[in-house]
Unconditional design. Sequence first.
Length: 234
Amino acid sequence: MSDHLHSQDKIWSHFQNADPESFAAAKPRLEYIVRSISRRVKSPKPKVLNIGVGSGHFEQTALARGFEVHSLDPDAVAIERLATAGVTGHVGYIEQMSLADKQFDAVVASEVLEHLHDAQRAAGLQEISRVLKPGGWFLGTVPYNENLKAGDVICPCCGTLFHRWGHQQTFTVASLRTQLEHQFAVRELRRTAFVPFRNRGPFGKLKSLARLLLARAGQMIAVPSLYWVAQSRG
């Protein structure tokens, strides 16, 4: 495992355990993915693996829908916390998962692939394909066309230059499609933004709609994401 990846472990261990509310903006995105799985998986109790736990909001939402939820994350403390809620946790990395073949109806990797270097990402996608059931679903998101340099910061103690969130790769629709198609049949791939509409007044809903439309058009002011749904060929 690279030193760089270990440094990311420290970043996410801090936020997942000391400041889980830092993931609050992810809630609409994760709830959307849970609903998408519900539409596609016909099993009454879908078996789903989430890679990268964040605050655990995906797991809580999926459990409420009746899913059998598994989580993979390098941080043992975060995994242990989820276990008390009924989640089956696995401490480990996407590129080498200690999980049996062909067992999941769906795998989720939301805001994960941008943290990986090329070899890790290729191995991770192969591992996801391995653990999915034939015809199983792979869903996720990455930032769209991110300017990585704009996220660079320098450590005031050691002078190391690094991306503030540990991002290593930027994606366009075409480049992401190419990477996914090595292992999966891509069913849906588009620019979007995950914005709240419920419990917002008329002006708030207009703001959410404006951001959504701008994101779909690829306007960076809306901070668009790339959302995909892919299917195992196995």
